[in-house]
Design a protein around this ligand. Structure first.
Ligand SMILES: Cc1ncc(COP(=O)(O)O)c(C=O)c1O
Length: 387
């Protein structure tokens, strides 16, 4: 039998998957493990998708994406993010996942070091690994509200560091890095001549007055920053697989070649639907945000009332990241909650060493599910600890 490559064999496995596999052994499970909106796509987006299919827009598109969508993304970046860029500097991708993978492949060579947040979305590690890069981490600390901080990043920069990955609002912590903090990081980026991938899928899911700032909009940063984003979270379009990567034009022109070989182009009707997502009515986005806000408040109050658990208020995304270190190791706590309450959460250790002591609880589930979760968790704290 043909063996898988070393590259595949050694790709780090995701701890998120491990909990899903364990959960499959239980019934009546409440799954707060998956990071996926529980809403369907907006009616206007579904209409645009159907219209494109009916109009026969089902063929290959230009590799970088249809010009209409690239222009719509350029307008969106200017209008919402303050990034003034040409459509030519944008690659339409299969979600943020492919934007990041392509961005890493396009800015690093084998052996270069990539600096990742810890804790962070586990796929960054797999993506850097696939590109043959060495991986280093900078911590997001609870005492800093899980914000990215220049002083923490600088400690981990070496002469080999080529690329810095930022993710705000953050998965898994819900932290939102401020403009002041990003300005300090921007200085560091220029000083060390780093490429930056700024992964911003949760940019519109903000709570309690938190503000999203794209580092690509800061003075002088257009030469360094690749902004990765997606329709997945904001528009509940996870399965349509549309995202983008925007960066310095000369580099982007070359990066397009990576997509040419891997997939030729993104699904054509989904690209037309994405134009509607960016340029059509945004009222559906506000409605979803209102629901996420109510759920976040409900979950936050409930988690903080559990003995020994403390949780910072998530400023963005749809994750709470409670500190459960008083209860044991995060893997053990997540397994205990699964066994005794059939509640699926993800151990913080699945997101990196600095995630130890926390669990990720996703609130992209109904209020009824959250209430039942809190009732079940509350009741296990009344019982004797599991043996
Ligand atoms: C931080 C982060 N980046 C990227 C992605 C990938 O999103 P997409 O569905 O657009 O590939 C996710 C998905 O969970 C995420 O949480």
């Amino acid at each position: 039998m043909v063996k898988a490559s070393k590259r595949c064999e050694t790709r780090p496995a995701s701890g998120i998957r491990k909990m899903s596999v364990m959960a499959a052994g239980y019934t009546n499970v409440l799954n707060l493990g998956l990071g996926e909106p529980d809403f369907n796509i907006g009616g206007n987006i579904a209409e645009a998708l159907k219209k494109a299919v009916d109009a026969g827009k089902n063929k290959y598109t230009p590799t970088a994406g249809i010009p209409e969508l690239r222009a719509a993304v350029a307008r969106k970046l200017k209008r919402e993010n303050g990034i003034d860029c040409d459509a030519d500097s944008i690659l339409i991708t299969h979600g943020a996942s492919e934007a990041i993978q392509t961005g890493i492949l396009g800015t690093t060579d084998v052996g270069d070091e990539v600096l990742l947040p810890d804790p962070s979305w586990p796929n960054y590690q797999g993506q850097a690994h696939m590109a043959g890069c060495k991986i280093a981490f900078y911590p997001l600390l609870e005492k800093d509200g899980f914000h990215a901080r220049a002083e923490q990043i600088e400690k981990h920069i070496t002469p080999k560091t080529r690329l810095l990955v930022l993710n705000s609002p953050s998965n898994p912590t819900g932290g939102v890095t401020t403009k002041k903090e990003l300005l300090e990081i921007a200085e560091l980026v220029k000083k060390h001549n780093l490429a930056v991938i700024s992964d911003e899928p949760y940019e519109k899911l903000l709570y309690g007055g938190a503000e999203h700032v794209s580092i690509g909009s800061l003075p002088g940063m257009q030469d360094y920053v690749f902004t990765a984003n997606t329709c997945s979270k904001t528009y509940a379009m996870t399965g349509l697989r549309v995202g983008y990567l925007q960066g310095p034009k000369d580099t982007m022109t070359k990066i397009v070649k990576i997509q040419e070989g891997s997939s030729s182009c993104v699904n054509a009707p989904a690209q037309w639907a994405a134009i509607e997502a960016f340029e059509g009515s945004q009222s559906y986005v506000s409605e979803m945000l209102a629901q996420y806000t109510a759920r976040r408040d409900l979950l936050l109050g409930g988690l903080n009332s559990l003995p020994g658990v403390t949780c910072l208020a998530p400023e963005g995304a749809f994750y709470a990241f409670p500190n459960v270190s008083n209860l044991g190791k995060s893997q053990q706590v997540a397994e205990d909650w699964l066994k005794r309450a059939q509640v699926v959460t993800i151990p913080g250790s699945a997101f990196g060493e600095a995630g130890e002591g926390f669990v990720r609880v996703c609130f992209a589930v109904s209020e009824a599910t959250l209430k039942e979760t809190l009732t079940r968790l509350g009741s296990i704290f009344q019982e004797l600890p599991a043996k």
